[in-house]
Design a protein around this ligand. Structure first.
Ligand SMILES: *[C@@H]1O[C@H](CO)[C@@H](O)[C@H](O)[C@H]1NC(C)=O
Ligand SMILES: *[C@@H]1O[C@H](CO)[C@@H](O)[C@H](O)[C@H]1NC(C)=O
Ligand SMILES: [Ca+2]
Length: 508
């Protein structure tokens, strides 16, 4: 009982953060400059992978019985239970999907006949058939859950490429066509069609007085949609959809594909597209789906308060005995789990944590609301809290060459008004399944003394690093701008202290 009261009184104990294990070096170093889009996709895949595993979501997969994390027999989650996969018809096409789903750079080889041990659980899948480009194993064809004629020694496995090996070893998923801005000399017209109101609809483009056409929906995101809304003087994008709800390709064929904006362009012509003379050069989206926007003059705008970050950052050595909840929530580095497994005195081993307060202001003109509807929030036992967003914030440490060296920390938070400018009433409150959000001119604050509000840097050598804190990192919730959603700071880590300074606002 007393612990419950304590929880009520500690304002944000209810916080929940996931640490996602991002393997050292998986993000390839300096030499290879990747496009924003690639980085975004990679990050999204990793996050999805871990969220699925941690949330025990249908279709999550894991490797068991291997010596390293990137090899083993495969287990898949169905109906909340893990099950093995039978090796009948198991070959490279299936193996590739597994390694990709797990976020590894590629497949080294597939294994048969229980190479990594007997199947420890029932077989969930048999006679797998993948085409090779599926995002998840469950997208492949198989006999049906549990239908199999397999013995325990028929477990299917994989050895994936070691994380950190060069991406060049991996054949690109899709051929990358070159992209260009549209020529200045052209006249580019833009309109929305098929919507219920003037502020929504499929995006139609006319290039140099040609025919009106739609935009291929591949990669269509809030970044591109924001540019369309800006150009049409309709404000900001509230939604970016890939749909035929407002009429699809049958209403107007696509004239642009590969559209990719940074987000600060004033017209769609400044964004990158496939060669417009061969439209649509390439479109993989769902049949008949086109790019759609919903614009709005109201939008939230989260801004990271880096002064608070610089002021509060400090080190703490914390015994693992006090981190059991945090370990359950995966708020520690991978190595901590090895210690727990191998060292009988693990409770007395300490982890070194870089702690800081993260404060986020909503400087927009409407409330910031969580991505998930209230009925989809998940109860989290350890911190006794509901998750309202899969990932609200990430905390990453990079070395000076740009490689991520401390586990990327993904956070699933409770959002509320902790502090508002004078005269602004607090509205959102996490307690008692209250509504979550951040009001205009209010800040959501995660104090440094909260569980999981840290980066576990135990394995890091002392030296100079870059600390990056990002909110709404996947651009899942619409905002006026994403260029102020991250703070990038210098981190000096010595034997006795840590200092964070020189922060600037950036893009996640
Ligand atoms: C958008 O921002 C990027 C990165 O800051 C910059 O390189 C680019 O020139 C900007 N583009 C426009 C159209 O302002
Ligand atoms: C938020 O604060 C800004 C700057 O102080 C002010 O201009 C604006 O009117 C405020 N908005 C609301 C809704 O309180
Ligand atoms: Ca923002």
């Amino acid at each position: 009982m007393s612990s419950l009261l304590q929880i009520r009184s500690q304002r944000r104990l209810s916080l929940l953060i996931f640490i996602v294990f991002v393997f050292k070096g998986l993000f390839v170093t300096g030499a290879v400059q990747r496009t924003l889009e690639e980085a975004r996709l990679e990050r999204q895949r990793l996050v999805q992978k871990y969220i699925k595993t941690l949330n025990k979501e249908e279709g999550a997969i894991r490797l068991v019985g291997g010596e390293t994390g990137y090899e083993g027999n495969i287990e898949v989650l169905h109906n909340n239970k893990w099950g093995a996969i039978c090796d009948d018809e198991w070959d490279e096409l299936e193996g590739r999907v597994v390694c990709r789903q797990l976020g590894y750079p590629g497949l080294k080889r597939v294994t048969h006949d229980g190479y990594f041990g007997l199947a420890r659980r029932r077989f969930w899948m048999d006679n797998m058939y993948c085409e090779g480009n599926e995002q998840e194993l469950t997208d492949c064809h198989f006999e049906g859950w549990g239908t199999n004629d397999c013995e325990a020694n028929e477990a299917a496995g994989v050895v994936c490429e070691r994380p950190g090996t060069e991406r060049t070893t991996k054949a690109p998923l899709l051929p990358q066509l070159p992209k260009f801005t549209l020529p200045h000399a052209y006249r580019i017209d833009l309109r929305l069609r098929g919507g219920r109101r003037a502020n929504e609809g499929r995006v139609e483009v006319r290039i140099d007085n040609g025919r009106w056409g739609t935009i291929c929906s591949d990669g269509w995101s809030l970044l591109e949609a924001n540019v369309v809304c800006r150009q049409l003087v309709l404000g900001f994008a509230r939604d970016a959809l890939q749909t035929d709800y407002f009429g699809g390709l049958d209403m107007a064929p696509a004239v642009l594909s590969g559209t990719e904006c940074y987000g600060n362009e004033t017209t769609l012509a400044q964004c990158l597209h496939h060669d417009h003379l061969r439209p649509p050069a390439e479109c993989h989206g769902e049949r008949n789906h086109v790019a759609v926007v919903v614009c709005d003059h109201l939008a939230p705008d989260l801004v990271v308060d880096f002064f608070e970050l610089e002021r509060t950052a400090h080190l703490e050595d914390r015994p693992m005995a006090l981190m059991q909840c945090a370990m359950e929530e995966n708020c520690v580095a991978n190595e901590a789990y090895d210690i727990q497994r191998d060292d009988p005195n693990w409770r007395y081993v300490t982890r070194r944590l870089l702690k800081f307060t993260a404060s986020t202001l909503n400087a927009g003109n409407t409330d910031f609301r969580p991505f998930k509807e209230k009925h989809l929030w998940e109860w989290h036992m350890c911190h006794m809290h509901f998750h309202s967003m899969e990932v609200f914030a990430t905390f990453d440490v990079y070395d000076l060459l740009g490689s991520k060296v401390a586990q990327g920390h993904k956070a699933s938070f409770c959002l509320e008004d902790n502090q508002c400018l004078s005269g602004v009433p607090k509205k959102y409150n996490c307690a008692n399944f209250g509504d979550q959000g951040i009001s205009v001119n209010c800040s959501d604050i995660y104090l440094y003394n909260l569980d999981c509000q840290w980066v576990d840097i135990s394995e890091l050598d002392t030296g100079s690093y870059i600390l990056k804190i990002s909110v709404n990192p996947e651009f899942k919730v619409a905002e006026m701008s994403f260029d102020n959603n991250a703070a990038v700071c210098n981190l000096l880590y010595t034997d006795t202290y840590a200092r964070v300074d020189g922060c600037r606002l950036a893009r996640p």
